[in-house]
Design a protein around this ligand. Sequence first.
Ligand code: ADP
Ligand code: MG
Length: 445
Amino acid sequence: MTDAGDPLVRVRDLRKYYVEGDSLLDRLLGRGSRSVKAVDGVSFDVRRGETLGVVGESGCGKSTTGETLLRLREATSGRVEFDGESVLDMDGDELTRFRRRAQIVFQDPFSSLDPRMTIGEILAEPLRIHGLPEDTGDGRSKSEYRRDRAKELLERVGLSANQVDRYPHEFSGGQRQRIGIARALALEPEFIVLDEPVSALDVSVQAQVLNLLDDLQEEYGLTYLFIAHDLSVVRHICDRVAVMYLGEIVELGPTDDLFDDPRHPYTRALLESVPRAKLSEQGRRVEALSGDVPSPRDPPSGCRFRTRCPLVIPPDDVDIDQRTYREVMDLRDRVESGDLNPDAVWDAVGDPGRADKPAFKRHLREELFDTDLDGENEDVVEKALDALAEGDGDRAAETLRERFESVCETTRPVLQERDHPAACHLYDQPVEPDAGRDEAEARAD
Ligand code: ADP
Ligand code: MG
């Protein structure tokens, strides 16, 4: 036995970019290819026997992380170690051995089981693929052995051995997920990636499946990477939690610390979206998560959460209310992305002749600002709106940038190596923006 707590899985600066627009047709039409930065430099350990949670909104790269570290997808770069060996360099027998030791349970129990196979066949398949058993040693044929093993697995996950000849459609969602779990157990793995294993299930069934996973972990000493988009599920099952946003880990810590003292504004926003049980917690100030996750094709500079962050940091010399600053930054984002179309504004004010500039500006202010601006801030926004009314979006953007540029957009925050780090400029950052990253890389070598 190795000490509990030392890493079974070490991931360092893992990246997975999907290339889009790379088909023959795209090339014939001269379209450039673009990469989707689904996972963009994540580093973490999964310690032996622990459950590490990975949470974040849909599209943040959680599944890609899980599948890439298992070699179900090819990594773009980075390093993954399993029990001290480099997973991304494995081939042949080594890779086969790794595939026995590390398994996955998928989110959707309906699409992840082949409808044409019986449960017995589904559970025997991993053994067959790996040429197991090598020898039954007791006179049973190999297929008898596998069938017996399938029955055993069924019972272990709370189903019954006499269901072995049934087909997936004869089972409920919860039962199918139990079958998915049994399949993952067939080769007696040490590590399982659980990719939203209960998200597709009724709430009443979720707890039963989570209890099963807990029992199995204890019985077999399993190590889990538990992916979820919902923090409430994670709280009870995970020892530590990594919070992902747009391909990066923004906070990582022991579960209780993360819930009691969430540091990254994204983590706080996720927590705010979890329904409150305790009345004492219901009054806590809500900083709701608004807007959508930006595209990983062209992620925001600096901190990727800054386009939605309620605590985005104003320049030192600008005195401005936090909510007003958020509104100014939203205006900037819309001007810079070309999302704010002056033609549409002129249409909305019913002035196709573009003469009534005050009406144009009034309309925008009403649309974009709930709070009041004053002093220099007011003057600069007024100048920017003037530029927009004159059709000069670039000048508007530049005017706003000069006064309001945030450290959050110029400098990428680093997830430092400590007990409960957050990649956010509200916390001390290394002087060299990339120092933390280099350190992590150096340690991985
Ligand atoms: P999550 O599991 O957190 O919902 P995913 O890992 O599934 O996120 O996806 C991360 C990002 O990668 C998303 O923007 C998604 O659209 C994109 N993506 C996932 N698979 C592919 C693919 N095969 N090709 C291109 N983009 C993909
Ligand atoms: Mg997913």
